[in-house]
Design a protein around this ligand. Structure first.
Ligand SMILES: [Zn+2]
Ligand SMILES: [Zn+2]
Length: 574
């Protein structure tokens, strides 16, 4: 793990414990802020420190700087050690549970001796938690829900964590295993781009399995070796994630990749079809049972071809109709990363983003985009430094000026306007109509008439896109109390696009909801909601979700070239 991540995690932990110990909010917030700044920093913190530039990092004061220096020079942070003293490790973990605040936890710890997850489950079950002052059945029920969510998150890693690990392993293996290594791919739910990943499985093509496995288990990011054999190695990498690598010979690489990619339901269905035709598929190949003959296995395509099918993209392999479509040679042409012409929802320093308009534009150009929608928060979103009308108009001017300088690239002026408690918008129509693109989102009142408010927002002629429509956070929050069917009907009726928010913890709409939206003719916008230039790459998760939703470029708003997009934005509500 990089030093940036380590330091950010330590600061985050300190903030958690201070909050648990009922320290003053400003102290807690100072550590949270420092954690965010370091976590988002693009440069290697160690390098910044060596060059004596720590004081150039905005948002890092003297106190925090000293702690960073201490850690980088000694490998220890005395404040961290001091704070952690006497706090059981199991207790700290519980702070990640939604609806269980540090104050409640402190009370449960003091009064009921809650020190870990099992203790917490016990006091929920036996009713003693509900008996504590200020608690009650409803609060405990919410904590129980948070606990369930937390446990699922523990079992599965989010795609946003898993993918960078896998890519690092693969790139290191390519450097180090040299010509002993042929093809190398991730398998499993990661290859299918599911929003959370169980086991991380990597397949490596080689005829020198033992050596390749040895290279794998001695990679620098490996923290602990669980097993190292001739065909398989298992390790825990930094961050505590388990990664398995299987060494596979060339003539069965394709069948092994197909087999380990899954899903289970997809493979069961395939095996059924194979059986009816006197064939057998396994990780070793596809075979004619009667003649005991191997018909393929070197490439995945062979398996599907022998079964009379088109090759099925991994994202579709969930047994949701893809096998039938592949048999009829009617698989859709799925949207691809290279189809995207831009991102329609990013933030800048004007609100709670970390970068300037120019920096965001430069980063977007590097990705090959031709436009970028600047959608900072609106005035009611105080926590996110939402813009007053005056500032928004100033930003508009700056965008126009920049657009005269940016060759072949266009910043689109926009806003992520809050949908207020009564369903009205945070900016009046005469302001919204000046903007190229309007994203409307709910950021407060998650339980108050969410569907009705969203529908009213869609009825506004200036609203182009509804941002993160269900409000879920994959590892932390269930989402708004929203009626998805009603939202989809209203979006179809009002010709409003819905977002696939690509930020890895959101992926909102989900694959299934996005598929239903497209079936109703609704346009989807794949946006990252970036608050930093480094976030723009997460568009890949949105594209993965869109592919899982069977979407083609024709379903995705930001696959339109600039002139057609501007035209759509102008007329779609008419
Ligand atoms: Zn938002
Ligand atoms: Zn946003």
């Amino acid at each position: 793990m990089s030093k940036n991540r380590l330091i950010a995690d330590m600061f985050e932990r300190i903030a958690d414990v201070l909050e648990f110990k009922s320290e003053l909010p400003f102290k807690v917030n100072a550590y949270r802020k420092a954690a965010r700044v370091i976590g988002d920093l693009q440069e290697d913190i160690e390098l910044v420190w060596r060059e004596g530039r720590l004081d150039s990092i905005p948002g890092i004061g003297k106190g925090m700087r000293e702690k960073i220096e201490e850690f980088l020079s000694t490998g220890r942070m005395s404040k961290y050690e001091e704070v952690m003293q006497g706090v059981p490790a199991g207790l700290l973990e519980l702070l990640k549970i939604q609806n269980l605040g540090p104050k409640t936890l402190a009370l449960a710890h003091r009064e009921l001796g809650v020190n870990n997850l099992d203790d917490l489950k016990r006091v929920i079950e036996d009713g003693s938690l509900a008996q504590l002052p200020g608690m009650g059945a409803k609060k405990v029920e919410n904590i129980r829900k948070g606990l369930e969510l937390f446990q699922t998150a523990q079992e599965r890693i989010s795609l946003g964590v898993a993918l960078p690990i896998v890519e690092e392993v693969i790139s290191l293996m390519k450097q180090r295993a040299g010509n002993q290594l042929g093809r190398i791919h991730p398998a499993g739910s990661l290859r299918r781009m599911r929003e959370t990943v169980g086991d991380i499985d990597i397949l490596a093509e080689t005829d020198q399995g033992a050596e390749v496995v040895r290279t794998f288990v001695s990679l620098p990011i490996v923290e602990r070796v669980l097993a190292a054999g001739d065909t398989k190695g298992s390790v825990i990498v930094q961050g505590g994630v388990q990664v398995d690598l299987r060494a596979v010979p060339s003539d069965s690489y394709g069948s092994a990749l197909q087999y380990f990619t899954g899903s289970k339901a997809h493979n069961v269905h395939l095996r059924d079809i194979a059986k009816r035709r006197g064939l057998k598929i396994s990780e070793y190949g596809i075979f004619d049972v009667a003649r005991d003959e191997k018909l393929g296995g070197r490439d995945e395509e062979e398996i599907y071809r022998v079964l009379g099918m088109e090759w099925i993209p991994p994202e579709l392999r969930e047994d949701r109709g893809e096998i039938e479509a592949a048999l009829e040679k009617k698989l859709p042409r799925l949207v691809d990363l290279s189809d995207l012409k831009g991102d329609l929802h990013v933030h800048t320093r004007y609100s709670d983003g970390a970068a300037t308009l120019e920096q965001m534009a430069e980063a977007a150009k590097k990705l090959g985009y031709v436009y970028l929608g600047v959608c900072d928060h609106s005035r009611t979103a105080k926590y996110a430094r939402g813009l007053e009308i005056e500032t928004l108009l100033k930003q508009l001017e700056e965008i126009e000026k920049l657009n005269r300088e940016l060759n072949g690239f266009r910043l689109l002026s926009g806003t992520e306007v809050d949908i207020l408690a009564d369903g009205s918008l945070d900016f009046p129509d005469e302001v919204l109509e000046k903007l190229d693109v309007v994203v409307a989102s709910i950021h407060s009142g998650f339980k108050q008439n969410v569907s009705e408010r969203m529908i009213r927002a869609m009825e506004n002629p200036h609203v182009d896109i509804i941002g993160h429509p269900t409000g879920r956070l994959i590892s932390k929050r269930e989402g708004y109390d929203v009626d998805v069917d009603k939202i989809l009907d209203a979006a179809a009726r009002t010709h409003t696009a819905l977002e696939i928010n690509a930020f890895y913890d959101r992926l909102d709409l989900s694959d299934l909801n996005a598929r239903r939206a497209a079936e109703k003719g609704i346009m989807l916008a794949i946006n990252t909601d970036s608050h930093h230039p480094e976030h723009l790459w997460m568009i890949r998760f949105g594209v993965g979700t869109a592919r899982r939703a069977w979407l083609g470029p024709e379903n995705v708003l930001n696959c339109l070239p600039l002139d057609q997009l501007l035209q759509w934005l102008k007329v779609h509500k008419q």
